[in-house]
Design a binder for this molecule. Structure first.
Ligand code: AMP
Length: 183
């Protein structure tokens, strides 16, 4: 547990864009609400824009504690959220990911694009390097991560990706089941 978080802290990574169809925004809303209802702290990128804002507002609406970490250069671009409990403004993207990692007890990754994949792989590689020992959950809404997951299996089976690192990751299409696996 972290000093300025309550209960277990979950760092959520997700796309900045809304994606096609309503299911991605619904997932962001469900994730925020579920984290709050389970008494966990939501730790996230600190923006109000797009899915990030939906996630944070859903957690706040459900009475949850929300902590953001946003780079100075993104305060305007991602519309830093002013209604959350703490929003740390840090120097750059690297400092953001480091701070998010320090605050989190586990990572939950929702569908997203390049930025989300960068964050996912940094969480995995830092675990591989023993920089942290937290679990990483991929919420495969609508099977979004199915092909990535099968590619990762190929990498493991061919000896490129070590099993202990692999085992730190879970994937599920069901959020409640996934949270049980990573917490
Ligand atoms: P995306 O998944 O591309 O929609 O990006 C989601 C969020 O990831 C962005 O809003 C950024 O705040 C964050 N992000 C983290 N690392 C990067 C990166 N290397 N490039 C772009 N965005 C990043």
């Amino acid at each position: 547990m972290n000093s300025n978080t309550q209960g277990t802290s979950i760092c959520v990574y997700l796309g900045a864009r809304a994606g096609q169809g309503p299911q991605w925004a619904d997932a962001a809303r469900t994730a925020g609400r579920t984290i709050a209802e389970q008494g966990h702290t939501l730790v996230y990128g600190g923006g109000r824009l797009g899915l990030m804002g939906i996630l944070a507002d859903a957690a706040l609406d459900a009475g949850g504690r929300v902590i953001g970490v946003i780079p100075e250069s993104m305060v305007e671009r991602e519309q830093a959220h002013t209604g959350i409990h703490e929003n740390h403004i840090v120097a750059d993207m690297h400092a953001r990911k480091l701070k998010l990692t320090q605050l989190a007890d586990a990572f939950l990754v929702l569908p997203g694009g390049f930025g989300t994949l960068d964050e996912l792989f940094e969480a995995i590689t830092w675990r591989q390097l023993d920089i942290h020992h937290k679990r990483i959950g991929l919420w495969s809404v609508d099977d979004y991560y199915a092909e990535l997951w099968s590619f990762l299996h190929k990498g493991r089976d061919l000896g490129f990706m070590p099993s202990p690192t692999f085992d730190a990751m879970s994937i599920d299409t069901d959020l409640d089941r996934l949270l049980e696996q990573i917490l």
